[in-house]
Design a protein around this ligand. Sequence first.
Ligand code: SAM
Length: 256
Amino acid sequence: MSDRTLRSKRQSVETPKSPTKVKKVSKDEKEASSKVKKVSSAELNLYFKTYQKKGAVDFHLDVFKGVNNIVKPSRVLYPGCHRHVTASLVFNDVVYVDNYSKIKSCFIDEKVLDWVSSNKEYKEKAEIKFIGKNFESDFGEKVESFDLLMSLSAGIVTTSCSKYVKKLGYVLVSDAHFDARMLYLDLDFELTHVWDSERKKFDDDADALSGHFTTMDGKAITKDQVQESIDKPKAKRSFKLQKEILFYLFQKVEQR
Ligand SMILES: C[S@@+](CC[C@H](N)C(=O)[O-])C[C@H]1O[C@@H](n2cnc3c(N)ncnc32)[C@H](O)[C@@H]1O
């Protein structure tokens, strides 16, 4: 993946867009849009604007389904979630954590919850809890009480939140903000699967797993190199990795 991709993932998901041209709206279009408004809400619209632009399905949905096939988690923790309620379409019990003050209203919005209910892929009621706190602080959840932790483009999440994962539980972690390479250094976790974005599936064979977090001279990435990844753009780093992808799955194991 190019560094440009990494950097674009770091940009705020609420970056204002350039103004759009005002278009004359026909009577039919007006009626159609008023029908949409009845089943929508400002919060649901904000979710769609960020995650399902122009009707495109959120690309995370396939990743979440892939994780679900492997982990089948009872409880999921999602720190740095923003309005990413897509997770509740696949996982029936999700605790969302975000300290941005405008996010809470999404997770208690009736229309958002109705939309989740109508589009979820499981029979049980969706259990959704939102905690408006810093994920680096004590936000009131028990350690080792989650089957799955998700760290997606929200900085380094795993350092403060991996303690919430049960033994043999999993972490879905993206490397957009270099949290995957950070977790790779943690001896309590082992890389078990890598996401193939073309085939839309997780791989766990030795070939697919090899070369990640490994420099061109065959050495495992170091703590200094992870810090360098955070501090410098790819072109200015003193090392290159054999393989870089976006999504990884790690399992909490006894110390390696
Ligand atoms: C770029 S968004 C990513 C959202 C989502 N995970 C995704 O992949 O689309 C990062 C989110 O993490 C939240 N965040 C960053 N640092 C945080 C912290 N220390 N505690 C709680 N939330 C945090 C921000 O408020 C923001 O909503």
